[in-house]
Design a protein around this ligand. Sequence first.
Ligand code: ZN
Ligand code: FE
Length: 251
Amino acid sequence: MLNIETVLCRAGSMNNYSYIIFSEDNSVCAVIDPSEAFPIISRLKQLNLIPQYIFNTHHHFDHTDANAELKNLYNCKVVANINDSSRIPEFEIGIIPDKCYKLSPKELSPISCMDKSSLSFQIIDVSAHTQGHILYYFPNDKALFTGDTLFNLCIGGLFEGTPEQMFNSLQKIKELPDDTLFYPGHEYTAHGVSEAYTLLNGNQDIQNYLQKAQNRLQKGLPAGPYSLKEEKKCNPYLRAKSLNDFLNLFS
Ligand code: ZN
Ligand code: FE
């Protein structure tokens, strides 16, 4: 089983989420999108973990700023999309969209995507927020790290891609199993609420969604994780059935 620890970084400003993922026996550990060194190092110490890897979803500074500091401290290897290697600080291991890998302490070995054992993951290219933005999908562990592509009730801005590209990328997410839990790159639940609430006429689905977010945020926890099933019901950008519906959300 994959353990997942959420670390809030840049609290009160950009509200990034970095994630520490590790195996049950603590033998393998990676940090996803290290935004800010201090809170991540503190949590690693509490958990008594030494990461072997950093995984980046995309090149933006608020997802890669702590690459160098963590690499210097832990001698971990920076893993990112091979097609975006020039823009990733401290880049070391290139991974290839659509390919599958297994998280292991010694090396990141490519595996067959038929191998659905725990700690195996697939790379999904969702270029749109940036060109070369990838998702890390752990099918056996039912976890999806969505960076700045999918947030709670909203999506990432189109810095380098078109709305069409984003629509196509979101279709890849919609094809994944409903019980997959997704882990976004920011706490942006509040940003999407009014649009989603209006579109759903405040129905029971959105009420349930918000109730859960409120309960957790009040306790100082992240709003999520939510399942893709819950998200598909309430996120206007996932609810759009056609490219036309999707484009209307931007007008
Ligand atoms: Zn970004
Ligand atoms: Fe970001």
